[in-house]
Design a protein around this ligand. Structure first.
Ligand SMILES: [Zn+2]
Ligand SMILES: [Zn+2]
Length: 338
């Protein structure tokens, strides 16, 4: 589908919140900034990041564990406070991404549409404002989730109010503006950089990569190649050394009974990931089949172009004949000049 790359007026709040971060240099804010302010900003980042990773991604998008209706709402609210639209909007688009990863239909593929588009362009585009409810039917039966999805700005205003009550305007600037911008770009980096930079352990048909740095910045989401290979697992770091803080939090929550039935990757997937010889063999097979597919696509395109040109020639021939017949019917031979 052709993508509309213009930046609409509705993107003003997004750029506005970036500009608002400069308020940290305002003398009155600088004077009011204390250790409490910085702790508040870090807490606002971490709690909302978990709302995105543990909630929007691992629960609403992939259903990798179970929880109560109440905690499900809490997750939707925490993720909503990150100002990345509603849980249903986010999860539906994410499911679509997995279905078409790095193909033409993919909403945010850096290989197809470039880094700017995959990082942020698609989020701002009015083309994707609509929630793809057809992709998230399992969650639309909860009216409170649909309500929050429609009123997705409520949580960020609530957060702004809490920050103000705790630490005044310095709390709002650091806890709401600055930490939200960090949330944006660390989350968006999974869609952009994690399909460009890093290592590929598993042979997937997309460009997904694993990145320790992004895993640290996103509470474990940087093991994106693992995740694209096996999406149904609550942990995205598959091995002990793949740090995955979201998973550790969910594991602790499972001990308290807040969440349960955490789905783990099967042993065959873990064993494959530890078998470099088999992995490189599979990677080669994937490249060969991709090259064949490209050849077949090229041949199909040539055949289609050839067929189209033949059809056009035949149509032109028919049109010429018809025009000649019409002309001779409308304009009979002129009388010979006496
Ligand atoms: Zn996913
Ligand atoms: Zn991806």
């Amino acid at each position: 589908m052709q993508k509309d790359r213009s930046i609409p007026f509705t993107a003003i709040p997004f750029f506005g919140i970036h500009l608002a971060c400069l308020l940290v240099f305002l003398p009155s804010i600088r004077e009011a900034t204390t250790t409490t302010t910085i702790v508040l900003a870090i807490a606002c980042f971490l709690i909302r990041k978990f709302g995105i990773t543990g909630g929007y991604h691992r629960y609403f998008s992939h259903r990798t564990y179970k929880t109560s209706r109440f905690f499900q709402f809490v997750l939707a609210f925490l993720g909503g406070a990150a100002a990345q639209k509603g849980a249903l909007w986010w999860a539906a688009h994410h499911r679509h991404h997995h279905k078409h990863s790095d193909q033409d239909e993919d909403v945010h593929s850096p290989a197809r549409d470039g880094i700017w588009w995959s990082h942020v362009g698609w989020v701002l585009s009015p083309m994707y404002n609509r929630t793809r409810y057809e992709m998230i039917k399992d969650m639309t039966k909860f009216p409170e989730l649909v309500f929050l999805n429609n009123w997705h700005l409520v949580p960020i205003f609530v957060l702004g109010g809490i920050c103000y009550l705790i630490d005044g305007w310095a709390g709002v600037v650091w806890g709401t503006f600055v930490s939200t911008v960090f949330l944006y770009h660390t989350t968006f980096a999974i869609n952009s950089f994690c399909h460009m930079l890093g290592r590929r352990r598993f042979p997937t048909t997309d460009d997904s990569k694993n990145s320790l740095i992004l895993a640290l910045l996103t509470l474990g989401e940087g093991w994106h190649n693992n995740h694209h290979y096996y999406q149904n697992s609550v942990n995205q770091g598959f091995y002990w050394w793949q740090i995955d803080i979201t998973y550790y939090v969910l594991r602790v929550l499972s001990w308290t009974g807040v969440v349960w039935e955490l789905r783990m990757p099967p042993e065959r997937v873990l064993a494959l990931g530890r078998n470099p010889a088999r992995l490189s063999e599979m990677m080669e097979q994937l490249k060969t089949s991709a090259a064949h597919a490209t050849d077949r696509t090229r041949e199909a395109a040539l055949a289609a172009a050839h067929a189209a040109s033949e059809t056009a020639t035949a149509a032109a021939h028919v049109a010429t004949e018809t025009a000649a017949k019409v002309a001779s019917a409308v304009m009979p031979n002129p009388e010979p000049t006496p």
